[in-house]
Design a protein around this ligand. Structure first.
Ligand SMILES: [Zn+2]
Length: 257
């Protein structure tokens, strides 16, 4: 395993353009439960309806009234996300960006923790639960920028209906984010996948596409995943332990050059 970390660090130093993909596994140690699988929020409360976005469009006012009441899993989710802090894995990835090795980070998480850790180049494909978005012009807002006095709230710029930025079932991934992902995929020579079983599309397609184009894949996950057979290097363990070790090794290599 230490040899694998060395190997992964060497591989990352040699590459000109590396991006990362992160999923629920990276935030578990910040106290955020995954949605799926054992101990998952939806495993306990049941999956939300698959046509959530269509229901929102049919009755945005009703959706907002429910949202303000925080019914079911939403209550726990908002409460944990609001108080969660980035863990050493989030901080290590932010450092990897600062030292110029990591060029972009795509996350499936809606918890804001990469931004809180200081990562700047972040594509949040499923949105950010702490932000709001206009469904008409796509502008994003901080929660405090939007008044909830009249429901549904409307966009200060265009008057369109405001929803949470988190992408619902049945809702298309915002185009601006998808475009960033495609641009970054084109530029990338390799990808570090942290805490994602790459089960949900479109994210599931990204590592497979990197591989198809001849790029390399490094995985950090305590368990074998569906991606493991595709990976050049698999680092087994908790993200909060492995990613900082990897970044520290990388720093040593860069220093010695
Ligand atoms: Zn708008």
């Amino acid at each position: 395993m230490p040899q694998d970390i060395d190997k992964a660090a060497e591989r990352l130093v040699k590459a000109n353009y590396v991006i990362a993909l992160t999923g629920a596994g990276i935030s578990v140690e910040s106290g955020i439960r995954p949605f799926r699988g054992p101990g998952g929020l939806w495993t306990e409360y049941g999956e939300p309806p698959m046509d959530g976005y269509q229901r929102f469009l049919a009755d945005p006012k009703g959706h907002w009234e429910q949202r303000i009441k925080r019914v079911g899993y939403a209550k726990e989710l908002y409460e944990t996300i609001e108080k969660a802090k980035p863990n050493p894995a989030h901080h290590a990835l932010a450092e990897l960006e600062r030292i110029g090795v990591l060029k972009y980070l795509i996350t499936q998480n809606v918890d804001n923790l990469h931004l809180a850790a200081g990562s700047e180049k972040v594509a949040q494909i499923h949105g950010n639960m702490l932000k709001m978005r206009c469904i008409k012009c796509g502008s994003r807002y901080e929660q405090e920028e939007i008044s909830l006095e009249t429901l549904p709230p409307t966009c200060p710029k265009c008057g369109g209906i405001i929803k949470g930025d988190g992408v619902m079932f049945g809702e298309p991934i915002p185009l601006d984010v998808l475009e960033v992902c495609e641009r970054e995929m084109d530029r990338s020579e390799g990808m570090i996948c942290v805490g994602t079983s790459a089960f949900v599309y479109p994210a599931a397609g990204f590592p497979r596409e990197i591989k198809r184009r001849g790029g390399f894949l490094i995985e950090v996950d305590p368990r074998e995943t569906e991606l493991t057979p595709l990976c050049d290097i698999s680092l087994r363990g908790k993200a909060a332990e492995i990613v900082p070790q990897l970044v520290s090794k990388l720093r040593d290599i860069l220093k010695s050059k």
